[in-house]
Structures are given as structure tokens and as C-alpha cells.
Design a protein around this ligand. Sequence first.
Ligand code: NDP
Length: 394
Amino acid sequence: MAKVLIIGAGGVGGVVAHKCALSPVFSEVVLASRTKARCDRIAEEIQRMHGRAIKTASVDADDVAATTALIGAHAPDVVVNVALPYQDLPIMDACLAAGVDYLDTANYEPPDVAKFEYSWQWAYRERYQRAGRMALLGSGFDPGVTNAFCAYARDHLFDTIATVDIVDCNAGSHGHAFATNFNPEINIREVTARGKYWENGKWVEIDPMSISDTFDFPGVGPRKAYLIYHEELESLVLHLPGLQRIRFWMTFGDEYLTHLRVLQNVGMTRIDPVDFQGHKIVPIQFLKALLPDPASLAENYTGKTSIGCIIEGSKNGKPRKVFIYNVCDHHECWKEVRAQAVSYTTGVPAAVGAEMIVTGKWRKPGVWHMENFDAVPFLERLGAAGLPWHVQEL
Ligand code: NDP
């Protein structure tokens, strides 16, 4: 039996902790975060709901020495990083120093530039290889399950893949005029960035939210979605031979977009420090303090998420088009692990990815993406762990 250390006790961290506590693979679960009280609250919930005990600790994961000491004290087989993207590099350093495998769900982003790219984490490849350690990047839903869907399509459903459209719909309702479903700062930085997709070997940049289309989402129905840049595109273009185009689409309600436009226009989404009454404050961090905590949305959330990959290509000389997807119900997630579906669909694949590493089903030294592995064992376990998936021929 294996041990896991989870860092980050937000909406996603809570789901990972519940799922690892229930997993047949982990005998010991440690949940650590900056604010220990949040870890303790989740631990109490797990004890009450499932009768399992987990350990908790406090750590500032920006501090490599403190994280290395925490890892040394608990000797886990894997560290699951579900803090914020800013902590990716310090936690990767701590894992190297302490000699343990690493997993995350979002790529590194410097605090002062809204720039999503893998270059910083890819730079650890040789060091992880030399140390015989493994880092699995992006084991959430998107990135994560969507990468595994593409790998499954590449290896089992198609001879050649021509186009991929990753489509992400949250058709849930949380009753607030404006809230984000995961960390507000990261979410707003992502959706206010310029859009980007990849076609015929080149990246094409577009103004934010300037291209939209309507998709028929399983379990939800037709919804308007906007083309945005998303980090899994950067690794998938390298691992789907013959690919001609890949795009990412996300639905946003009119209410959400109107609020976002106003917040942007008045400068509340700025990520640079401004002077306020003799203090320096970063407007987007102040905004985060005002917005609902994503984990707090869970109790009254209704409706479903529907996320998947529409993939076109050929098999045995004939054209083929499939939709591989999962539908997840917010309220069912609340009943099971006290989370909403956006946290759940991220946390379950993180827990399953950690299982793949410690059981050796996915294990090789280096820094890897989900599509670098055989998707079958991961997808088999994913369904059993709470995220059933389906292949629809179109
Ligand atoms: P939250 O903001 O709810 O939680 C973040 C947690 O990290 C908090 O507990 C916070 O502690 C902790 N934390 C922040 N800084 C530090 C630090 N320096 N040291 C230790 N702990 C720290 O975020 P979410 O749970 O919604 O998201 C977690 C991650 O999941 C994010 O990186 C997000 O981008 C990613 N994500 C990935 C998705 C995917 O599909 N791949 C989808 C959704 C999210 P404190 O309570 O003290 O602030």
C-alpha cells in the first residue's frame, strides 16, 4: 500500500483527499496547505462521511526547504500538487530534493505575467530523468482526461487524426451573479488572455472571445462556446501525428461575460500592483478576496458539466468522427464528496493519475504528459472512480 501527500486544500484538494482516502491503493493520505484549518475541515468531513482518517499539515509551498522537510517527514510515494500554478516549480524542486514522484493539474505560470506555457516545467526533464523520478503534468480534466481521450483515440479509434475540438461546458447554476468555478485569479487570467489555436503547423492568435460556435453537449443540449487558449493544446500538438488543427472551446453565460467585461474595463482584473492608500495591492488578488470561494459554491450547485473531445480523422481508409465525453452532475458530487463538479472532475483524475504512478502502470523517469502513456488503464479506473466516459460515433 502506498502513501500520498496532497498539497493544496481548496475545492480540488478536498476532492483529491476524499478520493485518495477511498482508494484501494493508498493506505496513508496527508493533506497539507498554507492554511491548516482548511485541511482539518476536510479531514473531519472524510472521517464523518467515510470513516477514514487522514493526516493534515501546514506548509508554504513557495518555500522549497519547508516542502522538502514536509516530504521527508511523511515519506510519501507521490506528491499531488493541487495548490496554485505559481507553486509548480518550487514543489517540483522539493520533490527532486526529497526523491519522490510529482503530479499536478495546471502548468506553471509566473505570478507577474499571465502566460501559460510548459517551457519552465519541460526544463526539469533531464533532472527528473537523472534522479530516476517522474513528474506527470496536467492530470486534471482539461488538461488531463481530455489528453487521455486524445491518446485513446490515437491508439485505438483512428489510423490518423486530422482535427480535435475540445469542448467544455458547465451548464450548472450556483445562484451567484458572478463567481468562478476554480481559483478566481487563475480562472480570470485564463479567460481574459488572447485566444489561440493551432492549424497546419502554426499557432493562430485571436482577440479574447472573438470566435464562438454552438455545440450539442451530451446531457446538456446546444450551448454557445467560445474559442480560448488552453494549455493541453501545447503538448497535444506534439503527440498526435498528422494532426491538422486543434482548438479549445468553453461555454460562458451572458451574465458571466457581462460581469467580466465590466471588471476588466474598470481595471479590477489587472495583475500588476497599484498604489492604494499607501499600500501596493494587485487588483485581481483583491477581487479574489471579494468573490465566493469556489469550494463554497458546491452545496447549492445544480446542473451538469459536459466535457469532451470531438475528433475527426480516418480508420481503415474511411472517414470517422467521434465524440468522447463525460457528463458530471454538480449535486451528485456534493452528495458524494461535498464538492461541485468542476472541482470533482479535476480532483478525481488527479487521484487516479497518482494511482497510475504508484502502481507502476504509468511509471518512467522524466517529465511527462498524460498522452505519453497508454490511456486504457487510466480510463478504466476513471469510470470506476466516478467519471464514466462514453464514445459516440458522429
Ligand atoms: P483554490 O483557490 O480553491 O485552492 C488552492 C489551495 O492552494 C488553497 O488551499 C490555498 O491555500 C493553497 N495554496 C495557495 N498558495 C499556497 C502556498 N504557497 N502553499 C501552500 N498552499 C497554497 O483552487 P482550486 O482548488 O479551485 O484549484 C486548484 C488547482 O487546480 C489550481 O492550480 C487550478 O488551476 C487547477 N485546476 C485544474 C483544472 C483541470 O481540469 N486541469 C480545473 C480546475 C482547476 P489557502 O487556503 O491558504 O489560500
